[in-house]
Design a protein. Structure first.
Length: 356
């Protein structure tokens, strides 16, 4: 058998030293593996570090995740509330008093914070500034305790909650005796109500209602022409001319005619007054009707009979009647009963707003 010769190839490696760094300086460097392959970055066998160090405003992304931002969020600390009140109580305030105080927290990283009420209720009329943590407003006039939770959140979405409370106390509005002319004071939330003696009105009963003109008079006109109306007027004499002390006056045709004043709201009417139009056209007597809605009218009564009031036959003379009992009405209607030629008149209504 022939001898088999074996040839051996010996590769000899000669040791050599390479540089301790590998640096590529291009605007963008992309390192990829073949399809299905892995890309491995491995530190030295003695436990060296792998360092990714962007410069300037650069960052490190894995996929679409900004790793530096992620680490910043993970490592950030939640806000910390300042110790500003025992057991979270922010104080006790008398009704009507001004409230101005701050709840404060700090961000360990020194960032900005947002404040938000997340539970409970602030007192009515009191508000939280979301940027500063200021609580401000006017204390309601009630005995109450308002408890509420506030959350402070940093730019990373980390937050801290704390419960606070505000106590309010009723302020007796009647302690100053605001009602005059024998009026009785009733304390109410944030205000008082005066129950006035007859013929007095206004918030503090300071107004003599029987002398307080409601604005029909031409000299102190506050009721607009649109709130004057009439039925069966004679000639060119519109309802808007039927104002006390007006240069002309309203003239009706007969006893079916009437002159009406819309006071704009339900008032307490205490007196009425009339003048004649001329020595030829004037109303000697009239009836007074009243209504709250402008649809259903009621006569003032003298016992069971409709009340009849004397008018004025003189152009300049004002004939005034103080009502035995005040009327609550928005619409006042003057309806002629007896007259000369045609029923002419000019009118005013006296009264007060209704306290509520």
């Amino acid at each position: 058998m022939a001898a088999i010769k074996t040839t051996c190839l010996v590769l000899c490696f000669i040791p050599y030293t390479i540089a301790s760094f590998f640096e590529i300086q291009y605007p963008n460097v992309l390192v990829t593996a073949e399809t299905g392959g892995n890309l491995t970055v491995e530190a030295g066998p003695q436990g060296g570090n792998i360092i990714m160090k962007p410069t300037g405003n650069g960052t490190v992304y894995i996929g679409k995740t900004d790793m530096l931002k992620l680490f910043e969020i993970v490592n950030s600390m939640p806000p910390v509330w300042e110790l500003n009140a025992v057991h979270g109580s922010l104080g006790t305030f008398l009704g009507g008093a001004s409230i101005s105080l701050n709840v404060e927290a700090v961000d360990p990283e020194g960032g900005s914070l947002k404040y938000e009420k997340v539970s409970g209720a602030l007192p009515p009329g009191v508000h939280l500034n979301k940027n500063t943590g200021q609580i401000s407003g006017t204390a309601p006039d009630v005995d109450a305790t308002y408890q509420f939770g506030i959350r402070v959140t940093d730019k990373h979405g980390k937050y801290a909650d704390k419960i606070f409370s505000i106590d309010t106390r009723d302020n007796n509005q009647c302690l100053s005796n605001p009602c005059t002319h024998g009026g009785t004071c009733v304390d109410d939330i944030d205000h008082f109500i005066c129950t006035c003696q007859q013929h007095y009105g206004g918030k503090t009963c300071a107004t003599n209602c029987a002398s307080h003109a409601l604005g029909v008079d031409q000299r102190s006109k506050t009721i607009p022409d649109a709130q004057m109306s009439a039925h069966y007027s004679y000639g060119d004499h519109p309802a808007s001319d039927g104002r006390l002390n007006a240069p002309q006056g309203w003239i009706g045709q007969n006893t079916a005619s009437w002159l009406q004043v819309d006071l704009g709201d339900v008032m307490e009417v205490h007196a009425v007054a009339t003048q004649g139009y001329t020595s030829t056209y004037y109303t000697s007597e009239y009836q007074l009707l009243y209504s709250s809605d402008g649809n259903s009218f009621v006569n003032t009564k003298n016992g069971t009979d409709n009340m009849v009031y004397s008018g004025s036959s003189n152009v300049n003379t004002v004939t005034k009647h103080v009502l035995t009992s005040p009327l609550r009405a928005r619409f006042i209607r003057f309806q002629p009963v007896t007259f000369n030629s045609y029923p002419g008149m000019r009118v005013e209504v006296y009264g007060c707003e209704i306290n509520s």
